[in-house]
Design a protein. Structure first.
Length: 308
């Protein structure tokens, strides 16, 4: 009897949905017409009715109206919720909006009002276990999925993600992503140049995000080592990296468990590795070792050692 009742129940549900669908689709059409005549209040009303009626075409425009505060008070939480629904349907705009609203949430911010990194806040975010990062993981996967669909903003953001985070093959992926977009914004031309500069040095896992701090620190140690061997190099200011060499793989790596194939080894949470960097110190090649340790937030701490 239960099987018969369930079959009848599902049949009634199907009939009800079919009866309701035309109304939802009509609401979407009305919402689109309202947007064309710049009537945000009416558009919001119609898109909300359509979305609540199950018309997934209305999810993204409704999310945008909530986000912009057009036709309704701004509500980033509602915007994110509807974007998430759109993302689950495979909509690239929804995937990108969900990613953007997730990673820009104040709870994930570690930069103060002056644009400086709050070290205590950074460490607290880095120390979170994987179980507290589910929304971020979904957001990163959605970014990857949107980029795979050719979503321009997602492709640019994914290139930035690869450039910022320690991962196997990240720099090559960032470069390939940017090279697919020759008419990219000038800001990304600078990123492409920095990626090329690191490529020229060698197969380092160092990211663009940390290069400005790590390379000068290593150069300082190389300068001191060169001066110990040849005092005439003591006042050298022309110090530049020549090449980098990884000394084996990452020890005990733990990757943020992402589902998109190209992201599976794109965010190192834990593990350490060693690289040999050679610098030109006023004509004298001097090598140092940099020992890196993943910091839990896509970056790494480091120590520099003289070559013995």
């Amino acid at each position: 009897m239960r099987a018969i009742w369930l079959g009848r129940h599902l049949a009634h549900v199907a009939v009800a949905l079919l009866a309701f669908a035309p109304a939802a689709y009509a609401d979407y059409a009305k919402g689109t017409a309202a947007m064309q005549r710049r009537d945000a209040a009416s558009a919001f009303k119609e898109f909300l009715a359509a979305a609540q009626g199950g018309d997934d075409r209305a999810f993204v425009p409704l999310a945008m109206l909530y986000l912009q505060g057009a036709g309704t008070p701004p509500n980033p939480v509602a915007a994110r919720d509807w974007a998430k629904k759109a993302a689950a349907k495979g909509n690239a705009d929804g995937q990108f909006i969900f990613y953007s609203l997730t990673v820009s949430h104040p709870d994930l911010n570690y930069v103060d009002a002056q644009g400086r990194v709050d070290a205590q806040r950074y460490r607290a975010l880095a120390a979170r276990p994987i179980t507290e990062r589910e929304d971020e993981m979904t957001a990163y996967d959605d970014l990857g999925k949107a980029a795979q669909q050719g979503h321009r903003d997602a492709m640019l953001s994914l290139a930035g993600f690869y450039a910022d985070n320690v991962g196997e093959g990240n720099r090559a992926r960032a470069t390939a992503m940017l090279d697919k977009m020759p008419q990219r914004p000038p800001l990304y031309d600078g990123l492409r140049k920095r990626l090329g500069e690191l490529d020229a040095i060698g197969p380092t896992l160092l990211t663009v995000r940390f290069a400005d701090d790590t390379i000068p620190a290593a150069a300082k140690v190389a300068s001191a080592a060169a001066a110990e061997k040849d005092p005439s190099k003591g006042g050298c200011t022309a110090v530049k990296p020549v090449r980098a060499q990884r000394m084996g793989g990452v020890t005990r790596p733990i990757w943020l468990p992402l589902a998109v194939e190209d992201l599976k080894t794109a965010y190192l949470m834990s593990g350490d590795w060693r690289e040999r960097w050679t610098f030109d110190v006023c004509g004298a090649e001097t090598a140092v070792y940099i020992v890196f340790a993943a910091d839990g937030l896509g970056g790494a701490t480091y120590t520099v050692e003289k070559e013995r």
